[in-house]
Design a protein around this ligand. Structure first.
Ligand SMILES: Cc1cc2nc3c(=O)[nH]c(=O)nc-3n(C[C@H](O)[C@H](O)[C@H](O)COP(=O)(O)O)c2cc1C
Length: 185
C-alpha cells in the first residue's frame, strides 16, 4: 500500500459542468421564447428526433458516451432537500439515453455502461444514512442498476450542520473510507 497516495492520482474526467449549465440555460431560453405550442414541442423533441435518425454521434450525447465508456464513475454532491442538487439531476437526464447508457430489449431494459462501480461521495447537514427520507443515494443506487454499472458505494459524512457534533471527525472518517475504497481499484 502506498501511504503517500493522493486522490489526484486517480485518472478521471471531470464532466464539463459549465457546458452542461450553458446547454440547460440555452434550452430553457429557447423554450421560453417559443412562439407557438408546436415550436415548444419541437424543442422538447429534439433529442427524440436525433435518436430516431440514429445520430448518436451528435454533440448532444457526448456526456452519455463519456459515462457509458468510463471504467469508474465517481459523483460528488451535497445533500440538498432530501436528495442531491438539481444540476446533478440535469446531468443524469442528459446521460440517460436509450442506446448509449441503457438499451431496450424484448425482455426489458438493459444497462449498457461498462464501469465496474459507481461511487457517490456526499456530505449531509443532518443524519440520514439508512433513513427512508434520504433519496439522493438511494436514487443513484437505482441508477447504477439501470445503467448496468457493476457495483454501487456511497460514502457519506453525516451531521455536518448539527450543533455540538464533531463534524470534522465525521468528514475525516468519510475521507478515510474513500481512500480505503480507492486503494481497491
Ligand atoms: C439548499 C440546501 C438544502 C439543504 N438541504 C438539506 C437537507 O434536506 N437535509 C440535511 O441534512 N442537510 C441539508 N442541507 C445541508 C447540507 O447538506 C450541508 O450543509 C452540506 O452537505 C455541507 O457540505 P458543503 O460544505 O460541501 O456544502 C442543505 C443545504 C443547502 C444549501
Amino acid at each position: 500500500m502506498n501511504e503517500n497516495w493522493k486522490f489526484s492520482d486517480i485518472p478521471y474526467h471531470r464532466p464539463d459542468v459549465e457546458a452542461l449549465q450553458a446547454r440547460y440555460d440555452a434550452l430553457t431560453r429557447r423554450a421560453r421564447e417559443a412562439r407557438s405550442p408546436e415550436e415548444l414541442v419541437e424543442i422538447v423533441r429534439q433529442r427524440d428526433a436525433l435518436l430516431a435518425q440514429g445520430k448518436t454521434d451528435h454533440p448532444r450525447f457526448r456526456f452519455a458516451h463519456e459515462i457509458a465508456e468510463a471504467e469508474l464513475v465517481v459523483m460528488a454532491a451535497p445533500f440538498w432537500d432530501l436528495s442531491f442538487p438539481a444540476l446533478l439531476k440535469v446531468y443524469i437526464e442528459q446521460v440517460s439515453v436509450d442506446g448509449i447508457t441503457f438499451g431496450s430489449t424484448e425482455s426489458g431494459l438493459q444497462g449498457l455502461c461498462r464501469a465496474s462501480q459507481l461511487v457517490f461521495l456526499t456530505t449531509r447537514g443532518g443524519f440520514y444514512t439508512g433513513d427512508a427520507m434520504e433519496m439522493g443515494s438511494r436514487y443513484l443506487d437505482a441508477l447504477h442498476t439501470f445503467f448496468g454499472i457493476g457495483a454501487y458505494t456511497c460514502i457519506a459524512a453525516d451531521g455536518m450542520d448539527v450543533a455540538g457534533f464533531d463534524a470534522a471527525a465525521s468528514l475525516a472518517a468519510a475521507i478515510d473510507r474513500a481512500k480505503a475504497l480507492a486503494r481497491t481499484f
